[in-house]
Design a protein. Structure first.
Length: 271
């Protein structure tokens, strides 16, 4: 089965879902940068500051997954990885100390953003329920990225002790139940190199997988859905200039693609 589902609105933002065969799903829900005109007129946050906290190029990492979900709308308009009541950043403490709004959006704008949140999760549930029906179980790989040079482009990066190349977040799942799947995933990632060096893959170090999407999967599909949060450190780009390292991006894409058959096999082996 190959099918594309798109959601758009008057602002041109939305999501794209490409449906394929198999029980493995890749998502990039923070890769989008689109902001509707009504919101853009109220924002005081500069584009470079906004883009620094988004997850550019993550849609490329999942390009080889049979089913892919890519969100085009910026998290600064509505964050799909936050609970509904916190999905619109209304104060700097919700957005890394950044002031997002010149003036707070009207209630109608907030409601529209929350409706987008509702619609996305309704569609996600429908898509995953169909995969569950066809295959019995599924794995959703929830791909993000994170900054490690927050003090400035010339400052020292975050210590490697606290910032693995790939952070695997598993706190919202039944870790014992899904151990065969998650352990196989991590082992496969660790079997690769990046630019000729061993790749550092650790679990629940800088992030613990507490986002809304993984919580949603484990709440709605407690016996059949495994959602793994994956945070790539921005070693594939300059997080201050936004300049990509296409060689690193291609390598990380291939590394993640290598896990797809491994995940499918691990699912089939579960009783």
């Amino acid at each position: 089965m190959n099918k594309t589902i798109s959601n758009t609105d008057t602002g041109g933002s939305g999501w794209t879902i490409k449906l394929g065969d198999g029980p493995v799903v890749g998502t990039a829900i923070h890769s989008g940068t689109d902001v509707g005109s009504a919101c853009r007129g109220l924002m005081c946050l500069s584009d470079p500051d906004r883009l620094r906290e988004e997850d550019p190029f993550t849609e490329r990492f999942i390009a080889d997954f049979p089913t892919r979900i890519i969100v085009h709308r910026s998290r600064f308009q509505v964050d799909l990885n936050r609970a509904r009541d916190a999905a619109v950043y209304l104060s700097p403490d919700q957005s890394w100390g950044l002031k997002v709004w010149r003036e707070l959006p009207a209630e109608t704008i907030v409601k529209e953003s929350l409706s987008f949140h509702d619609a996305f999760y309704s569609e996600l549930k429908r898509v995953l329920a169909d995969i569950e029906k066809r295959y019995g179980r599924f794995v959703l790989v929830d791909v993000h990225s994170y900054n490690h040079r927050r003090d400035g482009p010339q400052a020292q990066p975050t210590s490697r002790d606290l910032a693995p190349d790939i952070n695997i977040g598993t706190s919202s799942m039944d870790r014992e139940r899904w151990a065969p799947v998650v352990d196989a995933f991590i082992e496969t990632l660790r079997g690769h190199q990046l630019n000729g060096e061993p790749i550092d893959v650790r679990e629940n170090v800088s992030f613990q997988g507490k986002g809304e999407q993984t919580r949603f999967v484990h709440t709605n599909f407690p016996q059949t859905g495994c959602a793994i949060a994956v945070e790539f450190k921005k070693i594939f780009m300059d997080e201050w200039s936004g300049e990509p390292d296409w060689t690193a991006i291609d390598q990380l894409r291939a590394i993640l693609a290598s896990t797809v058959p491994v995940l499918a096999k691990a699912l089939r082996a579960m009783r």
